[in-house]
Design a binder for this molecule. Sequence first.
Ligand SMILES: [Zn+2]
Length: 200
Amino acid sequence: MTTENATQESWEEAISRVSDGEQTAPPAMQEGEVISSASDEFPTKVKSLRHKGYVPYWDTRTGGYNECPQYMRWQIGEIKRPDGSTMYTFVDPKIPPDYGLDLYCPLNSKSPDYDKVKNMGFAECSRKHVPNQNALDLHVQKSHKRAASALAQLKTDAIREEDRDLQRQMLQSNQQLIQSMASQIAPQVVEEEDKDKAPF
Ligand SMILES: [Zn+2]
């Protein structure tokens, strides 16, 4: 008990030193909020209590969830849309979220791209409901650096293969064109030669 008190005193002192006399929270809020041992340089606050004083609010149209400090509540509650309707509610409107394109991470087994990467030894990723391609690209670049470069390589290969196919097709259709032109032009050439000859 004595030891505990001694520890508590020391982190309380530490807080006042760190916050430089600034009163960030009343002492009552700190009770049981901070988990720290004598070896900790700074006290660690319990996560759930860090959110104390925060209230959840939702977008009345999209159902988008957010949290704000209690003292901001009245301001947020006053925000209106240009049409005069209330923008946020403090009661969950239970609107199913709009996931936009609702994309999966390529390393999610439900992604259409998963087949391409599943044998490359990357850990599966549970990320889903990504609203757009840009956000998905960012996620892959940030969370799966090695997979990102492998995917980029696959993409480059696919584009090169596509280009090759296109060239093949063009070559083929050119040949067909040349052949059909040759068969059509042949008599015309004769005619033109005749025309050329005509003035003489
Ligand atoms: Zn992912």
